[in-house]
Design a protein around this ligand. Sequence first.
Ligand SMILES: [Zn+2]
Ligand SMILES: [Zn+2]
Length: 244
Amino acid sequence: MVSFRKIFQNILNFVYPPVCPLCNAPVSEHGVLCADCWTAVNWIDGPKCSCCGYPFIAGYDFDKDTLCPICASGKNELDWIRSACVYDDASKQIMLPFKHCGKIKYARFMANAMIWALRDIDTHNIDVVMPVPLAWRRLFHRGYNQASLLARPIAHAMGVGIDYDSVHRKYRQDMGHKTSAQRAKNIRGVFTVKNPDKIRGKHILLVDDVMTSGATFSELHRVLMQAGAASVSGVSFCRVVRAL
Ligand SMILES: [Zn+2]
Ligand SMILES: [Zn+2]
């Protein structure tokens, strides 16, 4: 029997034929990249740190429980982190227009890639998805919080709600190309939990577009745990990968 959903999908595909959101080449379904654009991106699909998802050099036979030096030394406090791809020239062509030039149509395939990045994680205990908050001043200028656009399809796929407003973020100057230590110092104290009742006892999944040094996730982890969260984990579309 043909489902209503299938009929609707066929009509949608007829009116709006699915195209690659990056280059407009025809594709099989909405929300996917064409083969050329897909292969240009450095997806994290090889061995990685079982905790923070840091990609190891391919070709080595790592145990699935292997930790990177950061996680092995206990410096990463989040339950786990996953990212779909490496931040490089290819993913920059996605990230920068998405973040700064209103290319919000990219959100769908980016979120799909992030859901794919969680394939080795048991997400059943996640209670709520939280986009990394944006300061009001930045939200006003940009018109949207890019992390919220990614959080929606992820929360939908998990069947959980989204928390947009329990945490407030103060405006601070852009972090630019500062070191990890400077980033950590700059982000310290920018987040305030406004509604601890919504945080207490919750397993929270943070969502962001890019993870640079991990300082934003760490600081959110700190304030959320202080407010009584049960656990905090994170997922980003891409991540900066530096030699450890
Ligand atoms: Zn393409
Ligand atoms: Zn790690």
